[in-house]
Design a binder for this molecule. Sequence first.
Ligand code: ATP
Ligand code: MG
Length: 427
Amino acid sequence: MSKQIQAIRGMNDCLPVQSGLWQYVEGVIRQVVASYGYQEIRTPIVESTDLFKRSIGEVTDIVEKEMYTFNDRNNDSLTLRPEGTASVVRAGNEHGLLYNQQQRLWYMGPMFRHERPQKGRYRQFHQFGIEAFGFAGPDIDAEVILLSSRLWQRFGIQQHVSLEINSLGSNEARSAYKEQLVAYLQSRQSELDEDSLRRLDSNPLRVLDSKNPQVQAVVKDAPKLIDCLDAQSQQHFQALCERLDKLGIQYRVNSALVRGLDYYNRTVFEWVTESLGAQGTVCAGGRYDGLVEQLGGKATQGVGFAIGLERLVLLLQTLAPDTYVAPAVDIYVTAVDDEAQDAIWQVAEQLREQLPWVRTQTHCGGGNVKKQMKKADASGAKLAFLLGQSELQGQYVTVKFLREQQEQITVANQDLVTFVQTQLPGN
Ligand code: ATP
Ligand code: MG
């Protein structure tokens, strides 16, 4: 036998036992974004490497060490997208969707980062995200957060996630703050790790983001960006907080929250959970007013977030294992003798035509009644239909209730659709 080929490390198959839950999660998301009037945008999985270097920033975890970058046959440097925002902005600029317009967009799909695979951290993972363009005020920041909070409600996990927010202020305020921060960090240089020392020169804010506990202890006493905000950013942040209060959305102001990408300004936020161990950030986002211009468009404000779907699915499986456990089949149709072979196809097709939400499977592969009933049971179906000579002659179907203590019944052919409709009413 030849050697089996395995999937790439950190890239998961989504097997049939999980795909029902994934479809459920995606379905709820689609419904929620539609209920806020957001429209879908789909962009390619591969982009020019420059797109991510210019947007995410050269001195970030993603660009420094996580990107899947390769030269194609033309020797162009391409990268598998590590996140969605840069691509959405690129597409928005390219197709003239942004300047002088307002857009509320969403996307969903695979992202790629070469990280050490562990629970909640993979090399191919999936993000759902929204991006709103052309809104200057804090009201849209609140809407974006509100939409995420609506999702937690829909999934019944609102008690298990909490919101952290911060403001990064304007570019100018941030530059002024950087000087203070660098002075402080230099005074405690001996306590920093290698990564942080390097970042002290190249991108000092990123030191605030460090996951090393020893560095975090230093960061705790650092001057706070939120105390150095420019007046406008301060007003913006205050108005956002007031709106969140009125909407009944609880939050904690976390002054160390700076996010791992360079393009953010003013509002940044994360939804975190304690139920997933180290990979506790389920949703992350913020405002990025400079990005559109940075990528060659005319200045247009932007704000959005991304949710890591694997983490959301893990959270649902941990907190509410019964969230979506449904078999693939509602009705299993069997032929108890050869005479009924044609009829099972007809009955099944009639149901699919008239009641398209009902999931019907016909038995394939022959065998006696006992074997067919075993398959029917294993399919998870609620009902089994049995057809044989007597049923054909009498123009009825024998119905067995597979999940209930109820005697089998017969239903006349002409009443079959109505019968199924009452048994399986759909949405
Ligand atoms: P982390 O701090 O966990 O590395 P990040 O700041 O790199 O996260 P973002 O770039 O903001 O994450 O991505 C948004 C969300 O996407 C994260 O909050 C997380 O839920 C998810 N995510 C990011 N990287 C991965 C990954 N490698 N595997 C699975 N999910 C991920
Ligand atoms: Mg990361």
